[in-house]
Write a protein that binds this ligand. Structure first.
Ligand code: AMP
Ligand code: GLY
Length: 419
């Protein structure tokens, strides 16, 4: 089977790396890809958000499966166009991608189907939102409705802060939510409309600074699995959250096909949904890929063809993986571009380590930074502590003067292990 992978970040580098190792993967193309992905795939210059261009590229290259990495092409209807053209695709149609594209859509779906989530109100105008605030305790959560890459969310610890967040969003749709207390964990489930199976769990670190301080980012590091999501809690999340969601979408004529990423709050009452994403997390994907056993391309194809029930539960190695993001100075603000990156090969000499490229480019044959998150240094080992030690040993090999990283990725897990 020839595969076309869409995207150009660290998540896609990890997907490409894992697909390349799959027995059922013949030719692997990536559009547009990046210098890291080019190690495993032939990169082609296409805009992954252009449905016609993607369909044409798939036809020209005899592609049997398109794997969509990021959410933007899904929201733009790229999977719809591929399905309409009879090309198998891993990723949901635009209607089901609303789970990520519209927070209000997801909240209403949860309410209508008794899926545990924070209580909420949707509003359209700032005055209406200010009035609705009265119904909530402080802290309260204010979210802009629409794709915001995790940045349109304010957890307000005072009424004034909540009002400022509402005013910043202005007269636009927003969601006001009850504040949930607990530890966050992510569950990645494969869904093919009818069937939903758990693939992996993970935790990430969203804040830029050590001790989980400073502004939110796309993620400064991650690890998988997340032992805090025990087998029992994972089973509850599948039964109370993921499966009812899949059923509701199928009943609404918008069946979900792909990976459903449930951001969960593990509250004293059980797992509650914070948000859905309709693709793999980044950097969670980089930590999950080294754990997957078996033919990954075949697994994604089974999802695409609605044959998940036939192939059974995906298998994970009983190992741990840790990913440390190396970002460019300035991130999550405007990152310093063009900084020289060296010694990736030395980092990959550390046992169990792969350095995925998140934001790199080639300039006169030299590898340079081009983006906020630049490298996703990933290590796998038999224990969490060993994986973490390997990841930092590898990070310390890398020569990237413009870069920075957090030294405390996985601190909760370290505390748990030493307790
Ligand atoms: P979201 O983009 O909806 O995932 O929100 C980003 C982050 O805000 C989440 O990862 C949580 O840390 C936090 N957050 C969102 N909603 C809530 C909530 N209802 N209660 C507590 N924290 C929340
Ligand atoms: N790491 C968070 C995300 O991919 O949305």
């Amino acid at each position: 089977m020839n595969i076309l992978l869409l995207g150009s970040g660290g998540r896609e580098d990890a997907l490409a790396w894992r697909l390349r190792q799959s027995p059922s993967c013949d030719k692997l193309l990536a559009g547009p890809g990046n210098p890291g992905i080019a190690r495993w795939a032939d990169c082609i210059a296409i805009d992954p958000c252009e449905p016609d261009a993607v369909v044409a590229a798939a036809r020209q290259n005899g592609i049997g499966l398109v794997v969509v990495g990021p959410e933007a092409p899904l929201v733009a209807g790229v999977a719809d166009a591929l399905r309409a053209a009879g090309i198998a695709v891993f990723g949901p149609n635009a209607a089901a991608a609303q789970l990520e594209g519209s927070k209000g859509f997801t909240k209403d779906l949860c309410r209508a189907n008794g899926i545990p989530t924070a209580d909420y109100v949707r509003t359209e105008r700032a005055t209406e939102a200010r009035t609705a605030l009265n119904r909530f305790l402080i802290p309260v959560v204010i979210k802009a409705d629409g794709l915001a890459a995790g940045k349109g969310v304010t957890v307000a610890t005072s009424r004034a802060e909540a009002e400022a967040a509402i005013d910043a969003i202005g007269d636009a749709p927003l969601v006001i939510e009850e504040f949930l207390e607990g530890e966050e964990a992510s569950l990645f489930a494969l869904v093919d409309g009818e069937t939903a199976v758990p693939l992996a769990s993970a935790q990430d670190h969203k804040r830029v600074g050590e001790g989980d301080t400073g502004p939110n980012t796309g993620g400064m590091g991650a690890y998988a699995p997340a032992p805090v999501l025990t087998d029992a809690l994972q089973a509850r999340a599948m039964d109370e959250i993921v499966r009812p969601t899949a059923r509701a979408l199928a009943d609404a004529g918008a069946p979900f096909s792909g990976v459903l990423y449930a951001g969960l709050m593990l509250t004293s009452e059980g797992p509650k949904l914070i948000e859905y994403n309709v693709r793999f997390g980044d950097p969670e994907c980089e930590a999950i890929m080294p754990l997957i056993d078996g033919d990954f391309a075949e697994l994604l194809q089974a999802v695409a063809l609605g044959r998940l029930a036939e192939i059974g539960q995906p298998k994970l190695a009983a190992k741990h993986a840790v990913t440390v993001i190396v970002a460019a100075r300035g991130y999550p603000g405007i990152p310093a571009g063009g900084g020289l990156i060296r010694e990736i090969e030395a980092a990959e000499q550390v046992e169990g380590v792969t350095v995925f490229h998140a934001g790199t480019a080639l300039a006169d044959q030299a590898l340079v930074a081009s983006g906020g998150r630049v490298l996703a240094v990933t290590a796998v080992a038999d224990t969490f502590a060993n994986a973490r030690a390997r990841a930092y040993r590898a990070v310390d090999q890398i020569d990237f003067a413009d870069g920075f990283h957090r030294r405390d990725i996985g601190w909760r897990e370290l505390e748990r292990e030493s307790a």
